[in-house]
Design a protein around this ligand. Structure first.
Ligand code: SER
Length: 612
C-alpha cells in the first residue's frame, strides 16, 4: 500500500473514532504544567494527570497525534530510524479496556485490509519477561498467540526493554512492543529489539503503577493503556521503505539539500541531519521557543548550529537553512495551526541564528588559532585562513590538542557549546581534554547542565566564602523544601552571587508564610546543629540506588561526587549529588532567611534567600 503522512494520521484517528475514542488535539511541544521536562517526549506526557486518576473531560477512551521531541539519541540521527522530532499516534484507555482490548485493536488496525493491511508474517512482538515488580506477561503473550502470532515471534524481554516509564517518577508499567521486518528476504531472528532489520513501530504500555520518589511502586487507581505508534516509522514500513527519511515528510527536502550543496559534495547522512534538525526547529519555534543559552532555547540553538555544521562539512558555507525550513512549513502548515500562524517568526529566528553562528564560528577559528600560536595574535582573519579556503579544510590541516582550558575559554567567551567544540575538534583530528573542561565547569557551576536536556543548572558567580556558603545553604534549603512541600520538589535552576541565592524549583502553587517559615527553620536547625560537610565519590549506580538526591543522572560520569551534611545531633540534613564547592563546616554561615518566594514559570517557583 502507498500512503501519505496525512492519510496515515487520518486513518489512525478514523479507526479509533470507530472504536468509540474521543479525538483530542496535540498539546504544544512545550509542556504546559510540567516543569520537570523541557519538551513533551511522549504522547502520554500531557495526559499524566489522567493516567494518575484525574477524570478526563472527553471520557475514558482517547486518541490523538502528539508532537514530541527527544534529543537523547541525537547522535543516532541520520541513521534510518532516529529523529529528534516525531509525531506519536496514541490511544488511551483510562480504566476502560486493558491488555486484550488494546492488543486486539492494534492488530486489527495493522493487519485488517480495511485499515493498514500489513502482512502479519512481517510482524513480531515482545512482552515483559517479569521481575520483582510484575509477573511474566503470559497474558499478553496468549492474546497475541490467539490472534495468530506464532509463539516463536513472541520474545520475552526484561524491564530494560519492556517496562515503560516517562521519567524517574510517575505512571509506568510493562509493555508489549510491535516490530516490522525491514530486512532482506524472509523475516528472521528472535530478538527484535536493537535490530536494524526489525523496526519498532508501536508500543502498548499497560500503566498500572505510579513510581514514587523513593523508588517504590504503588498501584494506580485504574488499569490504563498508553500506546504510542511512531508516525514516521509506520509510514516508512507501510510504503515498503527502510528509512523514515524516504517518506513524504523528508524525501523532497533531502533532494532540495542536494541541490543546495551540489551533487558532488552531497552526503546522505549530513542531509538527513540537516533535515531532521530543521524540522524540529520549525516546530519548536512554532510553539514559542527562541534560540538562547539556556533550557529549551539552548536545545534549539544546538540543533540549528549542528545543521549549519553539517552544511559546512558539505562545503556549503552560505546561509541556507531558511530555504530548508520553508519545506517543512509547507508540509506541516495544513496539519498544525502553530506552524501556519508563525511562518514569519520561524523564518526570522532561523535566519538570525544562522547569521549569528556563521560569525561566531569564524571567531572561533580565529581564537583557536591565536591560542595555538601567540605570534599570530595580530593577524587579520583573512591572513590566518587563506581567502577561499573552507573552514572545514582549514581545520583538517591543523590537527592539535585543544586543551580543556582553551575549550572552556571558547565556551565562556563565545558561548560555543562544549558538544560543538568536541564535535568540531573530533572532525578535524583534534582532541579535547574533556576531563579538564568538566572540572572547570564544575568549579564554576552549581551543578552540571545536561547536554541533551540542554538545561543549565546555574552558576556560582565566584568562589568567595559567602558564595560558597550560600551554595551549601541551597542544598539544605532543597532538602527543607522537599520535607515541607513534598518529594515532587526538584531543583529547576539556581544562580548564586555573594549577595544572595536564587533558586528555582518545581512546585505548583505559592508557598504559605507557614511553609516558608518551616523551610527557614529546617535550614537554621541544621546550622544550629553545626553541620559538617563531607564529600565522597562513589559509583553512580550506587548513589542512585541509595536514593541520593539529584537531577540529570544520565549526564554524570560513572563516578559521582556526593555531598553529605550531618549535624552534631547525628541527623543527615542533606545528601545530594553535586560538583561542589561547599563549606567544610557551618560555623561562619550565619542565619538563613528567605526574602522572596514568587512564580518563575508555569509550575516553577523561585526563592531569593540570604545568609545574614
Ligand atoms: N509512552 C509510550 C512511548 O512513548 C507509549 O505511548 O513509547
Amino acid at each position: 500500500m502507498q500512503i501519505t503522512s496525512s492519510q496515515l494520521r487520518q486513518k489512525y484517528l478514523d479507526f479509533f473514532r470507530s472504536k468509540n475514542h474521543a479525538i483530542i488535539p496535540s498539546a504544544p511541544l512545550v509542556p504546559e504544567n510540567d516543569a520537570s521536562v523541557l519538551f513533551n517526549t511522549a504522547g502520554m506526557q500531557p495526559l499524566v494527570p489522567y493516567l494518575l486518576g484525574e477524570k478526563h473531560p472527553m471520557g475514558n477512551r482517547l486518541a490523538d497525534v502528539q508532537k514530541c521531541v527527544r534529543t537523547g539519541d541525537i547522535d543516532d540521527v541520520g541513521d534510518d530510524t532516529h529523529c529528534t522530532f516525531f509525531e506519536m499516534l496514541g490511544n488511551w484507555s483510562l480504566g476502560d479496556y486493558f491488555k486484550k482490548g488494546s492488543i486486539e485493536m492494534s492488530w486489527e488496525f495493522l493487519t485488517s485490509l480495511d485499515w493498514l493491511g500489513l502482512d502479519p508474517k512481517m510482524i513480531s512482538v515482545t512482552v515483559f519477561e517479569g521481575d520483582e515488580n510484575a509477573p511474566r506477561d503470559e497474558e499478553s503473550a496468549d492474546i497475541w498467540a490467539n490472534l495468530g502470532m506464532p509463539r516463536e515471534r513472541i520474545a520475552y524481554l526484561p524491564a530494560e526493554d519492556n517496562w515503560w516509564a516517562a521519567g524517574p517518577t510517575g505512571p509506568c508499567g510493562p509493555d508489549t512492543e510491535i516490530f516490522y521486518w525491514v530486512g532482506e528476504g524472509e523475516p528472521q531472528g528472535n530478538k527484535w529489539t536493537h535490530s536494524k532489520e526489525w523496526m519498532e513501530i508501536w508500543n502498548n504500555v499497560f500503566m498500572q503503577f505510579n513510581k514514587k520518589a523513593d523508588g517504590t511502586l504503588e498501584s494506580l487507581p485504574a488499569q490504563n493503556v498508553d500506546t504510542g505508534m511512531g508516525l514516521e516509522r509506520t509510514l516508512a514500513v507501510i510504503n515498503g521503505k527502510k528509512t523514515v527519511y524516504n517518506t513524504d515528510l523528508f524525501e523532497n527536502t533531502i533532494e532540495h539539500i542536494k541541490r543546495i550543496v551540489g551533487e558532488s559534495h552531497f552526503n546522505e547522512r549530513g542531509a538527513r541531519i540537516i533535515a531532521d534538525h530543521l524540522r524540529t526547529a520549525v516546530h519548536m519555534i512554532s510553539d514559542g521557543v527562541k534560540p538562547s543559552n539556556t533550557d529549551r532555547g539552548y536545545v534549539l540553538r544546538r540543533l540549528i548550529r549542528r545543521a549549519i555544521r553539517e552544511a559546512h562539512k558539505m562545503g556549503h558555507e552560505d546561509a541556507c537553512l531558511a530555504q530548508v525550513a520553508r519545506d517543512f512549513i509547507h508540509i506541516y502548515q495544513d496539519v498544525y495551526e502553530s506552524v501556519r500562524n508563525n511562518e514569519t517568526v520561524i523564518i526570522d529566528e532561523i535566519t538570525m541564528e544562522e547569521a549569528k553562528f556563521q560569525k561566531t564560528i569564524k571567531h572561533w577559528i580565529k581564537e583557536y588559532f591565536k591560542m595555538l600560536d601567540e605570534k599570530n595574535k595580530n593577524l587579520e582573519f583573512s591572513q590566518i585562513i587563506p581567502e577561499g579556503m573552507l573552514l572545514g579544510d582549514f581545520l583538517e590541516t591543523n590537527p592539535h590538542i585543544l586543551k580543556g582550558e582553551e575549550a572552556f575559554y571558547l565556551f565562556e567567551t563565545y558561548g560555543l557549546p562544549i558538544e560543538m567544540i568536541i564535535e568540531l575538534s573530533q572532525e578535524s583530528g583534534m582532541k579535547v581534554d574533556v576531563e579538564w573542561f568538566s572540572q572547570s565547569m564544575q568549579t564554576h557551576q552549581d551543578l552540571s547542565r545536561t547536554a541533551s536536556a540542554g538545561m543549565f543548572k546555574g552558576w556560582l558567580a565566584d568562589h568567595s566564602d559567602v558564595t560558597i556558603s550560600l551554595h551549601t545553604a541551597c542544598h539544605l534549603m532543597l532538602a527543607g523544601l522537599r520535607k515541607v512541600l513534598g518529594e515532587h520538589v526538584m531543583q529547576a535552576g539556581s544562580n548564586i552571587t555573594p549577595e544572595r541565592l536564587r533558586f528555582d524549583f518545581t512546585h505548583p502553587e505559592k508557598m504559605t508564610p507557614e511553609q516558608i517559615q518551616a523551610v527557614e527553620d529546617y535550614v537554621n536547625g541544621a546550622l544550629k546543629a553545626h553541620i559538617t560537610v563531607t564529600m565522597t565519590e562513589e559509583p553512580k549506580d550506587n548513589a542512585k540506588a541509595r536514593g541520593v538526591l539529584g537531577a540529570f543522572w544520565e549526564k554524570y560520569p560513572e563516578t559521582v561526587k556526593v555531598y553529605k551534611m550531618v549535624g552534631d545531633d547525628g541527623v543527615t540534613y542533606s545528601e545530594e549529588l553535586c560538583g561542589g564547592p561547599h563549606v567544610e563546616e557551618s560555623s561562619k554561615m550565619g542565619t538563613f532567611k528567605i526574602q522572596k518566594e514568587e512564580a518563575s514559570s508555569a509550575g516553577v517557583r523561585r526563592i531569593k534567600a540570604v545568609l545574614q
